[in-house]
Design a protein around this ligand. Structure first.
Ligand code: CO8
Length: 373
């Protein structure tokens, strides 16, 4: 059995930013257009008028101030309200591969590894741009990596579940060096026309290099242990899928073909689940929660993270113990905790321990207990 180390991480951040004010202005213009177009049906009580969104609500309810996206113009066009991506031919790299490569290159450079040394690529994300061939195999090919590659989707928990899968294979010896990459183009499956959720998500790609500890070339984190758990819930759901055309309304632009959630219920049900999950993981690893130097939590909601941090540490987290990036990136699904880990781990000293934890649709929770070496 081999010790497993995280030796590099990378974050690709799109160049385009949408502030809350810009987002709300576009949404409100869309709502006005919708209400004017459906004025008679609204007056007859057959259609519900859309209410305006507000920047104050968004910041207060979530802590989000802005989000990065791959295409700002399409999202903010009130007659469109979703990104405009150039149609690519099958001979060109897909858009997920393109952003994944950027994150992979940074992570590999940090690890001091060349792509040929990688023998496992896992593309772990909350949606894939096609069914097959696997996006991971396209990334493997574009990188020039060896071995094998596969896609996995556990929504917001994809990165930690991918890390567990890679770590287990490295530990057992079937893989020597793995890269888990999370290209999250959430702007493609968010419903920007729904006031309840239009502010939640942003685009990004993250990557994590894992290898045998004995191969690590510099400072690294060992993966002490990982833990994944799932519990079925319909409270976060997207009904788009390959059986879509079998439905009588299969070709209609239905609301349930994009992200849907009951946010209040998710908040109430997931917070205790996550706190209990982390505490039982730490208890089994015989690590005192109070000895943790850092929690790199999933980045969905600031209050959610405050609750989890307080429950796990048993006190108010000190500034820096539980870094948030959601104010800048919004919720980037599986990538959120990895962005936090990548940006806020350089100052950790040998022996310092921390937990990377993601949670979301499924429900799903994944935790990775790491120690600086
Ligand atoms: N502007 C103004 N008012 C608003 C707005 C708005 N934009 N939106 C809602 N309101 C109103 C509501 O209508 C409601 O009014 P009333 O009280 O009159 O009914 C009031 O504000 C309060 O609404 P909520 O109860 O919905 O507000 P909350 O305080 O619950 O906040 C949140 C909403 C921020 C969504 C919060 O519930 C939350 O963060 N919940 C947890 C969400 C979460 O963590 N989800 C995980 C999803 S991520 C995941 O699993 C990955 C999925 C795959 C990725 C998908 C990519 C697209």
């Amino acid at each position: 059995m081999h010790n497993v180390a995280i030796t590099g991480t990378g974050v690709f951040t799109p160049s385009e930013v949408i502030t809350n004010d810009e987002l709300v202005e576009a949404f409100n213009a869309y709502a006005d257009l919708f209400n004017a177009e459906h004025a008679d049906a609204i007056a007859a009580g057959k259609v519900t008028a859309l209410e305006h969104s507000s920047s104050e609500f968004i910041f207060k309810a979530s802590g989000i101030e802005q989000r990065y996206v791959l295409d700002k113009e399409g999202v903010l066009d009130p007659t469109r309200m979703f990104p405009r991506f150039r149609q690519r031919s099958d001979d060109e790299p897909g858009i997920m591969t393109e952003i994944a490569l950027e994150a992979c290159k940074t992570a590999l450079a940090q690890a001091g590894r060349s792509a040929e040394e990688v023998d496992l690529v896992i593309c772990a994300a909350s949606n894939m741009e096609r069914a097959y061939p696997a996006v991971a195999i396209e990334i493997q090919n574009a990188l020039g990596a060896g071995g094998f590659a596969f896609d996995m989707n556990v929504a917001c928990s994809s990165a930690t579940f991918g890390i567990q899968a890679a770590a287990d294979m490295i530990r057992s010896g079937s893989v020597r060096c793995a890269i888990v990459v999370n290209p999250e183009i959430t702007s493609g499956h968010l419903e920007w026309r729904d006031r309840d959720c239009h502010f939640i998500f942003g685009d990004v790609a993250t990557a994590t290099v894992l290898e045998r500890e004995e191969d690590a070339k510099g400072a690294h984190f060992i993966v002490h242990s990982t833990r994944c758990a799932t519990q079925f819930s319909n409270n976060i759901r997207n009904n788009n899928g390959f059986l879509r055309r079998n439905r009588p309304d299969g070709m209609v632009d239905r609301r349930d073909m994009q992200f849907m959630q009951n946010g209040r219920k998710v908040f109430k049900e997931v917070v205790p689940m996550v706190s209990a999950h982390i505490l039982s993981h730490l208890a089994d690893a015989e690590v005192e929660p109070t000895s943790l130097r850092r929690l790199w939590l999933h980045q969905a909601n600031k209050s959610m993270n405050d609750f989890v941090g307080r429950k796990v540490l048993g006190r108010e987290p000190e500034p820096g113990e539980q870094p948030n990036i959601l104010q800048d990136y919004a919720n980037t699904s599986s990538a959120g905790s990895i962005i936090a880990f990548s940006k806020y781990s350089d100052d950790m000293q040998p022996g310092d321990k921390g937990v990377i934890c993601s949670f979301g649709a499924g429900y799903s929770v994944g935790s990775v207990l790491v120690e600086r070496r």
